[in-house]
Design a protein around this ligand. Sequence first.
Ligand SMILES: Nc1ncnc2c1ncn2[C@@H]1O[C@H](COP(=O)(O)OP(=O)(O)O)[C@@H](O)[C@H]1O
Ligand SMILES: [Mg+2]
Length: 410
Amino acid sequence: MQDTVTPVLLGADLNCYSMARAFYEAYGLVSRVFGREELGPIRASRYCHFTRVEGLSDPAVCRAVLLHYAGTEPGRTKLLLPCTDEYAAILIQEKEALEPEYILPQPSRDALALFEKTAFYRLCGEWGIEVPETEVYEGSISPARAMESGRRLGFPYIVKPSSSIVYWHHPFADMQKVYLVHSAQEAADIVNRIYASGYEGEVLAQRYLSGGDSAGYVLTLYFDREGRCIARAAGRVLLEERTPRGRGNYAALLSVPVPPIAERLEEMLHSVHYRGFANFDLRENGPGGKLLPLELNLRQGRSNHFLTAGGINPAILLCEDYILGRHLPRVDMTAPLLFRTVPFPVVYRYTEDRVLAERARELHRSGREGNPWNARSDLIGNPRRMLYLTMHNWRERKKFRKYCAEERGI
Ligand SMILES: Nc1ncnc2c1ncn2[C@@H]1O[C@H](COP(=O)(O)OP(=O)(O)O)[C@@H](O)[C@H]1O
Ligand SMILES: [Mg+2]
């Protein structure tokens, strides 16, 4: 494999690093990484060969860079994977142009609309899959309009963009992934600020599903080259990142049995001839309630190391399927596992649900845990990486101390 295959990854974040680690651990492969800037997670890593490309999120630039690179490595099989939504959308759009040079384990254009939460919710509706009650705004709103939403959804409610790709192209001060609004005025203000930034998509007002971090779940499905779903894994959120932009990124997960809703979601994706990884965010509809999907990411999740640590290495799925042409048996992840990207004391201290925190401690103590950062083959004899990891851990402790203290008003 080492002499013939190169994984090519777009992005430079923890998603990218975790995939590069999976390829390295499975086959000793070093990934070729293209990104707009070299972010912390891949810095000084042996797993990645990074090239900085300004304007990589412009589809024409991305296509040109990838085709040029392919020309420099003619004899090798190149497996191309996106590590952010933006690159996932570009690769789906550019599939025909890139396919002569690359293997793209990705859905076709039929799935492109699903990057929009509104389109995803519509498809769920067609399949009888319940989603949180949602209203759609197409432009700025008055406080009276926000009040109508409040009457229907109850206060507080969630405000979030339908298209996160377009949203992040229009930055503004104090921008967040999602907003929890407590009054009509607050709702109208935030919706209007989003539109004032130049965002031209839809904005959603959504019923708030209460319950803290541990009401969140994540589900990953892998559809092979023939469209069979051959791997499934589910996790329960213990802790989300706390920075305004990081909320919704998982700092710790606990493995759980694949929930029943996975069957329906799988059938639904079959209907759009899905290929590759599908990653859903789900949330309990009230304490102990049934799981409702919040969104679909058309790529492997940022927490894909959760799969590797749980015995389903995503690089092996991809290579066995697309490169070795094998038919893998269907598998559900069942290993008891704590996944974390932050030091264990942070998980234990800030997980609100104490029963889950104790469970996490048991798994930690018995070594049944995975952390993408703790990669022996990347740390041993690599002082720059060690130093970076020490700093990362220190920063995480500080961030949680700061933001959790603010939340609790201490
Ligand atoms: N209706 C909701 N009720 C409670 N929390 C929500 C709701 N919608 C989103 N969130 C929170 O915000 C995070 C991000 O929302 P999500 O819909 O996954 O959008 P994205 O990841 O594209 O920003 C979720 O993981 C969850 O923590
Ligand atoms: Mg999400």
